[in-house]
Design a protein around this ligand. Structure first.
Ligand SMILES: [Zn+2]
Length: 281
């Protein structure tokens, strides 16, 4: 395949409109024949009658190559202002004794030939701009599609977790202070034994400097870490917990006060248990 150059897109626009000179036409035909996918796609779009709609869209900057071609077309000797036709510059004639002076009509600046060349060049410009704009719009559409997919995924995730809170079999456990820590810390766990998931909400999470609260499940009589509680500046936190195991083995939730980062042993708190909430039944 002959290498694709940026100006080939402009050439394709001109080619679709049939306004290329021989050298350019041969260049683009050879390039298209070599199978450049970009130029083939561009040519297909340029050939579409809908490009005329581009005239109503805001214009972007034309490519430098296209601008140069338009300017060259204007300056080309073949389309300079022609001599006025002879019959329009004839001398005044005497008709039935009256002298009627026929002034030469001003030759139109745009001859028919130049008009077509200008229209073709303008259409090539608009077509190339349309193509650029369509590519940009396709990019925006794709990024919007991705954003929408992300929002849908997050919404599905939210609704999946809200099902835990609304599950008919859900159990709500308010953890109670054990007397070994803060009395203002609040924690409420909602556990759905059917999906085996839980949502734990915390308030007034203000661990002393250099320490963290850590949540535990008491499963089959042994503690298992559910992670360090990460609160926002207002002291609110929420933890969403997947698969808490066999419901019959889950006996309680507990919170311990640990060195920053949590207990080094995921199966045993290293600090005092400050809150505890047992699951009924
Ligand atoms: Zn190409």
């Amino acid at each position: 395949m002959s290498a694709h150059r940026d100006q080939d897109i402009d050439l394709c626009a001109g080619y679709a409109l049939g306004c290329l000179d021989t050298a350019d036409r041969e260049r683009v035909e050879e390039h298209l024949a070599s199978g450049c996918p970009m130029c083939q796609a561009a040519l297909a779009e340029f050939s579409d009658a809908s490009v005329l709609l581009a005239a109503s869209a805001p214009l972007a900057q034309p490519g430098p190559a296209l601008r140069q071609r338009v300017l060259a077309a204007v300056a080309a000797p073949g389309i300079r202002e022609p001599e006025p036709p002879a019959e329009q510059v004839r001398e005044p004639v005497d008709t039935r004794g009256r002298v009627i002076e026929l002034r030469p009509r001003r030759a139109p600046f745009f001859t028919a030939g130049w008009g077509w060349a200008a229209a073709a060049a303008l259409l090539a410009l608009v077509t190339a701009l349309e193509w650029t704009q369509a590519a940009r719009l396709r990019g925006e559409l794709e990024s919007n599609r991705l954003r929408l997919a992300d929002l849908e995924r997050r919404l599905a995730d939210e609704s999946r977790w809200s099902e835990v809170l609304n599950a008919p079999a859900a159990k709500v456990v308010y953890l109670a202070p054990t007397g070994k820590g803060s009395s203002e810390l609040r924690a409420r766990a909602t556990y759905d034994p059917v999906s085996r998931r839980a949502v734990v909400v915390f308030e007034n999470v203000r661990a002393p400097q250099g320490s963290d609260y850590q949540l535990w499940a008491i499963v089959g009589g042994a503690p298992a870490s559910l992670g360090v509680v990460k609160a926002d500046a207002a002291g609110h936190a929420m933890m969403r917990l997947e698969n808490l195991g066999e419901p019959k083995l889950l006996a309680a939730f507990a919170i311990s006060l640990e060195p920053a980062g949590g207990s080094p042993n995921p199966n045993a708190p290293s600090g005092p248990v400050v809150m505890l909430g047992k699951l009924e039944g």
